[in-house]
Design a protein around this ligand. Sequence first.
Ligand SMILES: CC(C)(COP(=O)(O)OP(=O)(O)OC[C@H]1O[C@@H](n2cnc3c(N)ncnc32)[C@H](O)[C@@H]1O)[C@@H](O)C(=O)NCCC(=O)NCCS
Ligand SMILES: Nc1ncnc2c1ncn2[C@@H]1O[C@H](COP(=O)(O)OP(=O)(O)OP(=O)(O)O)[C@@H](O)[C@H]1O
Length: 207
Amino acid sequence: MERLPLLVGVTGGIGSGKSTVCAMLAGMGCELFEADQIAKELQLEDPQVIRGIEELFGREVYSRDGSGKLQIDRKAIASVVFADPEKLIALNRLIHPKVREAFVREVKRCAREGKRILCKEAAILFEAGADRDLDRIIVVAANDGLRLNRAVKRGLDREEARKRMQAQWPQERLIERAHYVIFNDGTLEELRLQVEQVYRSLLTVAE
Ligand SMILES: CC(C)(COP(=O)(O)OP(=O)(O)OC[C@H]1O[C@@H](n2cnc3c(N)ncnc32)[C@H](O)[C@@H]1O)[C@@H](O)C(=O)NCCC(=O)NCCS
Ligand SMILES: Nc1ncnc2c1ncn2[C@@H]1O[C@H](COP(=O)(O)OP(=O)(O)OP(=O)(O)O)[C@@H](O)[C@H]1O
């Protein structure tokens, strides 16, 4: 009989290092489902999502490039949703059920292929109720200043990054609900050691 993989959520606030942690877990052998990436694909490929976004933000957020490929103005959407909580809730409501459907498909694939651990990386997880689908939750945390600096290094301006931080649950609230907390205030090597420890624990749970 097919066995379901152990389903592990990896979340954390902006700039916490969740993508880095997930890349390490994938390198150790976990399967990876990147919810934020899937959300972006849906915004360009799913007709229902596209229609919903046009209704929420106006048709002008979409355009076509030289070769006719659909493009979306994420900067414009971000400037609306991180200033207007109602719009952020509406965007989340439109996207999260579809991301969940894609996740269920991925769980089935992993079960068929005998994969033992599937990690779901998601910028928001508890907020969307997605923790209910998961066996274990890893929260990646780091101090706010460090997180802001990382976000700025990645191209956001400081004020934008701060607004996003404010739209997210405070870290303490995430940590309260985590099975594992990884503190990413140090070097990448220190991070890797913590990830290895968590991975070893996940392996014993997944046995
Ligand atoms: C708002 C959008 C257009 C901004 O795009 P942009 O390319 O600037 O950012 P990107 O997607 O790379 O996200 C960067 C960071 O922003 C924060 N963020 C993104 N979406 C959300 C959200 N719904 N709520 C709170 N914070 C968020 C996270 O810290 C995330 O790691 C985009 O993030 C989006 O469409 N979000 C909605 C989909 C979603 O909820 N994704 C997250 C979980 S599935
Ligand atoms: N311990 C660390 N030392 C140095 N750089 C780090 C460390 N952890 C993460 N970074 C860098 O900080 C940036 C943000 O990390 P990452 O993308 O993993 O975070 P994230 O939580 O997924 O971010 P976002 O919410 O912005 O998508 C990346 O450029 C990453 O290389």
